[in-house]
Design a protein around this ligand. Structure first.
Ligand code: COA
Ligand code: MG
Length: 292
């Protein structure tokens, strides 16, 4: 069985921002995405690569991901070669549109010695990616494709579709739910897009709670102040942990051994609920191993 890896709080840091990069080791995010793409202006791409090298000379303890530029563009191929040499846990591919985009990156990595362990994450941020969501997520079942995680790119989706952004994200929600469903079909993790308004933490907490309810594993972040609320929102609550422990204990009782369905506190509980409870407890245990 694959080990649970928390990805509740995944912080973007522009590769050019030396001050922000230096803060990463002191932050309690589950993962960091060092960005060579949207957060780096065209004139800064070369210096961003230098900073990235320095950052990896003393890499932090959290999961570390590099977002490269699109492989179809001017900078992507060199970004991928550099990223592969730095051995992050994963490379995040932007503007993915079809399964071929992921397989191309996987083929390039397969040709590089020492890059065997590097996984791929993919941004879902274009209309074409949404149209091809099912085929893209199927790659999660093919180890050679290396795909382990999808990331909603809501800013680009808004730009590409012209959809109106409201505080409750009502017009984006159908697409977000489509991503969650596809991710589950492909056994992938799925992370929600960023909240640009990093000063409004009350709105951010609401957005995290809703994303957790939608089934997201975590949220991508732009600012350190967003880490603690994301860690809280994407961790199982104390009440949920207590309920799961109750279900496990009930099925452990001798009188329930071998039973498919039991009654617990006036509710029907089946073995599928036991599996669900065990999964939740594994998540809670994995989170407590991470810094909160
Ligand atoms: N990662 C790590 N540290 C960060 C950070 C980040 N993403 N964003 C801000 N910080 C640090 C700042 O360096 C500052 O450090 P200090 O206390 O030592 O001075 C502290 O947190 C407070 O920052 P603040 O002044 O509130 O924000 P800012 O004006 O410096 O930065 C942004 C605001 C939005 C420009 C910045 O947060 C950012 O670049 N975020 C990531 C953007 C990104 O990667 N986008 C691409 C994906 S959507
Ligand atoms: Mg983008």
């Amino acid at each position: 069985m694959q080990l649970f890896r928390p990805r509740r709080s995944v912080l973007y840091v522009p590769a050019v921002n030396e001050k922000a990069l230096s803060k990463i080791p002191s932050l309690a995010c589950d993962a960091v995405i060092v960005d060579l793409e949207d957060a780096v202006a065209p004139g800064e791409k070369a210096s961003a690569r230098d900073r990235l090298r320095q950052f990896f000379a003393a890499r932090p303890a959290c999961e570390t991901v590099i977002r490269i530029n699109a492989l179809s563009g001017e900078w992507g191929p060199d970004d991928l070669a550099l990223a592969a040499a730095l051995r992050p846990e994963a490379i995040l591919l932007p503007k993915v549109e079809t399964p071929r985009d992921i397989l191309d990156a996987a083929d390039r990595l397969a040709a590089i010695d020492g890059a065997e362990e590097i996984r791929l994450w993919a941004m879902v941020e274009t209309p074409r990616a949404l149209i091809h969501m099912g085929a893209i997520s199927e790659l999660g079942r093919e180890p050679a494709a290396r795909l382990v995680c999808l990331v909603a790119g809501t800013n680009d989706l808004v730009k590409e579709t012209g959809v109106l952004v409201t505080p409750d994200r009502r017009y984006l929600t159908p697409w977000l739910m489509q991503m969650v469903l596809a991710a589950r079909a492909g056994r992938l993790d799925i992370l929600d897009g960023v909240s640009n308004d990093f000063r409004d933490l009350a709105a951010f907490e609401t957005e995290c709670r809703e994303a957790a309810a939608m089934g997201f594993d975590g949220k991508t972040l732009i600012h350190p102040a967003q880490i603690a609320p994301a860690n809280a929102a994407f961790s199982p609550s104390a009440a949920a942990v207590a309920e799961a422990e109750g279900i496990v204990a009930a099925f452990d009782r001798p009188e329930n051994a071998g039973k498919g369905v039991i009654s617990l506190d006036g509710r029907m509980v089946e073995r599928l609920h036991l599996e669900q409870a065990e999964r939740l407890l594994a998540r809670a245990a994995g989170n407590s191993g991470a810094r909160s």
